[in-house]
Design a protein. Structure first.
Length: 147
């Protein structure tokens, strides 16, 4: 009987935890998913490296995005969301370029006024110092709407 009570208590705790997160999850647009073709290797703020290719990106949590390709995948943490005012008409991903190194910086979702911002990594700061120049922003269109 004690085991049943422990299982029931754990199950109830899990249900309450998920239920309490539901409003937060809806506010983060959990249904967002889009594809992008990236013609260059790039890195995320967490230091993950991705080769050129086609990637599916989707929001997986309150501050995480899944980047999934044919040969690799990983999670990218976004630091904040910036409100653009009016919804953007075309989704895009913005990368910062230092020489031949690219770093994911933001993602804008078609039909949404929110832009997901990614912080710079230690490697990006080192690339900026090594180049001695301001970075160039490279924008790539998302291949289909993010909903």
């Amino acid at each position: 009987m004690r085991t049943f009570a422990k299982v029931s208590a754990r199950l109830m705790s899990a249900v309450l935890a998920v239920a309490s997160l539901a409003p937060v999850m809806q506010g983060q647009n959990q249904s967002f998913a889009a594809r992008m073709t990236v013609p260059f290797a790039f890195e995320t703020a967490s230091g993950q490296h991705f080769q050129p290719g086609v990637y599916t990106i989707s929001i997986t949590g309150t501050q995480t995005m899944l980047i999934r390709g044919t040969t690799s995948s990983g999670l990218a943490m976004f630091q904040q969301q910036a409100n653009e005012g009016a919804p953007v008409s075309h989704g895009k991903a913005v990368f910062m370029r230092y020489g031949d190194e690219y770093y994911l910086r933001s993602v804008s979702v078609s039909g949404n006024s929110t832009r997901l911002l990614f912080s710079g990594s230690k490697a990006e700061r080192q690339s900026q110092v090594a180049s001695g120049k301001s970075p160039a922003a490279v924008e790539l269109a998302l291949l289909h709407p993010g909903r």
